[in-house]
Design a protein around this ligand. Structure first.
Ligand code: CTP
Ligand code: MG
Length: 230
């Protein structure tokens, strides 16, 4: 079976609030998305990386990585889940029945090669989809609608989901279509698999694998990238 990667990169970065979408901002020697793509391209088991872009994207084609023979660009959609589903639709013809797909946020540039290969090995060995995730570090509270604490939640059973998230390609494609038709809220690939009764393994990843969301995350990502290279 082959491994594909999908990189949703069709977001606007509204919480970050820069002039251009956050995936195209400079981070050290390259744009944020170039770091995310290079991390995937460094893994030889990944045959092709499909990047989902906004229809009016003018940035991607200016990057050298857009001309990499293992990279394909397609048009994304209104929500992240739509972008992933459209990317999967574009490769459905070429994909084999037992192929796998890894979905990785364009805005998550500090993925290490060791986390990526551990995720791949665990999913293949267990023959089960899986996600990288981090244990919670803070004490966690449940609140009522007046923002008063109701209780402290047992954090040992709670995890922060990261990407990549790896699933059998056909399972993820049908789960996303199913959730769209049923109107289920899908904020990551695992949530679509969960909603359709599938299994998701948790593989503990590095705390460095942050998603760039707010402005201060960019400096933190640069610090982590330097640590990864050291
Ligand atoms: N994404 C996408 N298509 C969308 C929305 C998001 O491909 N319609 C991508 C983003 O480009 C990003 C990833 O999904 O790489 C994670 O989403 P998020 O961090 O929420 O990015 P944005 O949606 O761009 O940011 P914001 O929510 O602050 O606007
Ligand atoms: Mg968003």
């Amino acid at each position: 079976p082959r491994l594909w990667a999908v990189v949703p990169a069709a977001g606007k970065g509204s919480r970050f609030g820069a002039d251009c979408p956050k995936q195209y901002l400079d981070l050290g020697n390259a744009a944020v998305i170039e770091h995310s793509l290079h991390a995937l391209l460094a893994e030889p088991r990944i045959a092709t990386v499909v990047v989902a872009l906004r229809g009016d994207d003018s940035h991607f084609q200016q990057l050298a990585v857009s001309r990499n023979s293992r990279v394909r660009a397609v048009q994304g959609g209104a929500e992240r889940a739509d972008s992933v589903e459209l990317a999967l639709a574009s490769i459905a013809q070429d994909a084999g029945e037992r192929d796998w797909v890894l979905v990785h946020d364009a805005a998550r540039p500090c993925l290490s090669g060791s986390d990526l290969s551990r995720l791949i090995e665990e999913c293949l060995a267990r023959d089960c989809g899986g996600i990288l995730a981090q244990p919670m570090v803070d004490t966690v509270k449940r609140a009522n609608d007046r923002q008063q604490v109701v209780e402290t939640v047992d954090r040992t059973v709670l995890w922060r989901a990261q990407t990549p998230q790896m699933f059998p390609l056909a399972d993820l494609f049908s789960a996303l279509a199913d959730c769209r038709k049923r109107g289920v809220l899908v904020t990551d690939e695992a949530s679509a698999i969960e909603a359709t009764g599938g299994h998701v393994a948790i593989i503990q990843g590095s705390h460095r694998n942050i998603k760039i969301t707010h402005r201060e995350d960019l400096a933190l990502a640069e610090f982590f990238l330097n640590e990864l290279r050291a």
